[in-house]
Structure formats: structure tokens, C-alpha cells
Design a protein around this ligand. Sequence first.
Ligand code: NAD
Length: 476
Amino acid sequence: MAPIERHYIGGVFVAPLGRERFALHNPATGLQFGEVVLGDERDIDRAVAAAAEAFVSFSRTTPAERAGVLAALETAVAARREALTEAMVLEFGAPIALAGWMADHAASVFADMRRTLREYAFVRPIGIADVVMTPLGVTGLITPWNGNASAICGKLAAAIAAGCTSVVKPSELSAHQTDVLCEAFAAAGLAPGLVNIVTGRGEVAGAALAAHPGVAKLSFTGSTAVGKAIAREAVSTMKRVTLELGGKSPVLVLDDADLASCLPLAVQAGFMNSGQACVAGTRLLVPRAKRAEIEDALVAICAAIPVGDPRDPATAIGPLVSQRQWDRVEGYIGRGVAEGAELLAGGEGRPDGLTGWFVRPTVFGSANNAMTIAREEIFGPVIALIAYDGEEEAISIANDSDYGLQAYVFSSDPARARRVAERLDAGRVLINTLAHEPDAPFGGFKQSGIGREFGSYGLEAFLEPKAIIGVREAMA
Ligand code: NAD
């Protein structure tokens, strides 16, 4: 494919000032299919300058005008569904059914935020003050490869709804998805500089954005280690931060759960996005008395999971994104074996007949919560099954983690599941479902992050309250 040699800055496509050429590989084969020229600090500087200029007028637009921008973006992104789906399959090996859902999601987040905007009160009387929710300024939006398009669109939707302008630094592994989005943004008739996109390395372009004195707010989705580095850098100019980081989500199967319906969902939660999901339910907590029965069921479920060509609509698990990620996940599987967990399904090495960056969907039985496979985010299709004695112990194991992004509870008694949910340290708890609620807040407790995205909580992350006192009665 033709190399990508352009950024989107100031409302036009421009040649990068950075010179590094970065090879793009198809994870299903491991072969190179393309190349992108990466931006550097100078590209970030240009983009921040364009965003700062645009902020002067965009910050004064009305919510109705901004709702119009969101509608244009939804239409433009939806019109490129096929190209976006294709880019996701090609560059990170997303199974095609999932890639289609993710492409739809990248468009629908603009409609979701338009709904929020309609209901949101930007001015609220408090005592003798008018509290005016004010756009923060130029925002820096940094996204990961495993959900690049929806992260870009979700963050932009909230920033635009607030009246902010943005510089996006997408993952360097997602250049094709990003290029499709740039075409959508160019077609949407945006004000020049409202949205600027520079693909570059994290430690170069990302770090320059995080340190830039012209940026007022950073919204980052990625690993906890990089999130900490960004937060340290942000404080030097007191940038506001939203950090959406990693997870090690527990799945609590209570002793009254209907195993036939819940175990397939539990496995799906663990293996979603081929295991490359921040919300993956990778610690499966089961009642000890039912462990043998559950293990037998998991072996049967895993044996029937279609792993392979991401273009086959039947495929549930595709390859991992890169050789680096493959090495990392294989290392964790080896570590699980070395620490004494028993392999119920999968294990080291590729599934038979596959040559790309595929790993075998793996379930460890007899794991415990102190093992590395239960504590660290693996980011591949690896589930650790941990037996518990009694509901109290299940809650205690679930909360014994550095992370707190999402949790899952399965029970045939919704009131009991709700009581358990209230005691879990997690930004979201899903009971007997894997459903998404686009208007409810999303984000993590503990080291899974700071702040929330989506709905009014996500909008407020781009706003600063300003109390104006002394004029309301005089003007009445
Ligand atoms: P990553 O942290 O390596 O990279 C994320 C982004 O940060 C990329 O754009 C990268 O180029 C950039 N970056 C890297 N170093 C940087 C630096 N020093 N300064 C500024 N930017 C830098 O993460 P990844 O491997 O791309 O994505 C996987 C991680 O993202 C997992 O940990 C996953 O859990 C997390 N994630 C979290 C959520 C969430 O909403 N909580 C969603 C998706 C992914």
C-alpha cells in the first residue's frame, strides 16, 4: 500500500516535518504491508499553534453550533465505515465482526455526545453566583492501538461539545485508521485548527504534547506505566488530566449463577478483542465447590472458539497486534506454568496451522491471586481461574488488585448481585451482561486511571467551573 506521508493540521493535509519512516505489519501474517512517516516535536508545535488560534473563536460558539459540528462528524465517519473496518482488520488483526462494531462505535459516539449536550446546563445559579462551565483550552488527546478510532472520536466528541480545540496523537500502530478519520474530518467542513492529528512515536510526539505549555488538558488512553509518566509531566504546567489506563478485571461467578448461560459470557469477557481489551475479564473467580464442573465446561467452550483469519466472519479471536505483544503474552503464559498454574486450555506456541501473531486462547486453572498472571495486565487471551470459599472471600479477592476498571458479576439473584457490585472497587460493574451504556461514566478506580469519559462526566472533563458573582441580580 502507498505510504502515509501526511498529517492533518489547521484544516489541511500537510507533509510531516519528522523524517522517521515506520513499517506497518499485518498481524495475521507478520508481513509488512505499508509505512507511515512519523511526526516529531515540530509537527506537534505546528498543531498546537493551529489549535490555539482556532480556540479563540470556537470557545465562543453556542452548544447548538457545536451540536451541528458533532452531527457533521457523525455523518462523515459513518460514511467511511467500510474503509475504517478494513483498516482495523489489516493493521491490528481485529476479527471483522468486531471491527465493524468498532467502526460503528467511532461514529455513534458523536451522536451520544450530542444527546448529552442537549441536556447539559453550562450556566447554573448557586447562591448569588452564576457558575459558568468554561472550555479548558487546547487539549492533547493520546490514544492506544487497541481502540484507536473509537478513542479518537470519543475524546474529540467531548472536547468539541465543551468548546475546546484539539491535537490528537494516535498510536503509531494505527496509521491507516487514523488516515481514514483524517479524511472524514476534512470532509466534515470543520473550522481550520479545531481538530489536528499528528501520528508519531509516543516518546517523541506524545511526550512533546504532554510537555507542551500551550496545552491545557491531556486525555490519555493507554498503559498505566505511560499514564504515570504523562501525569508527572502534566503537573509541570498544571494541565488537567484524564487517564484511562489498564485493568485486571474480576469476573465473579456466584454460587447461584446459571453456569450454562454465564460461562460463555465469562469467556467472551476474558477474550474480547482477542484479549487486547482494557476491560477484559481476566480473573475468573468461581466457588470452590463448583470448580471441577466449571473447569470441564471451560475446556469445552475453549475447544469450540474459532481462532484464525480475522477476515472470516466466524472468527472470534484473531492475532495480537505485534511481534512485541506476542513475545510478551507468550512470556506470561510461560510464567503461569512456571508459577504452578495448571493449563486447562491453550498454552505456549501458535495454534496449529497459523503463522501470524496468533496465541492459543489460554485458561489457567488452580491459579491464585498472588501469581503474576493474576496481578499483571497480560493483554492477550489469557484467563486465570481462581477458586474462592464464600462471597466475602470472592469480594476480597476481586478487590485485591492494583487495578479497578471494570468487574463482572453473575448470579441468578439480581438483588444479591447488586449488593456485591456495590462493594467492588471498579468504575463499572456488569451484572449478567456484557452490555455497554454510552451515557454512563467510564473510567477506573485505583491505578486504572483518573477521571471519567462519556456522558456528562466525560463532557465535564473538558470544562472548568467559573463562578461569576455580583451581577446576576443587577442584570435581572
Ligand atoms: P501505551 O501506553 O504503550 O501507548 C498509548 C499511547 O501513548 C500511544 O499513542 C503511544 O504512542 C503513546 N505514548 C507512549 N509513550 C509515551 C510517552 N512517553 N509520552 C506520551 N505518549 C506516549 O499503550 P498501548 O500499548 O498503545 O495500549 C494498550 C494499553 O492501553 C493497555 O494497558 C490497555 O489496558 C490500555 N487501554 C485502556 C483503556 C481504557 O479506557 N482504560 C482503553 C484501551 C486501552
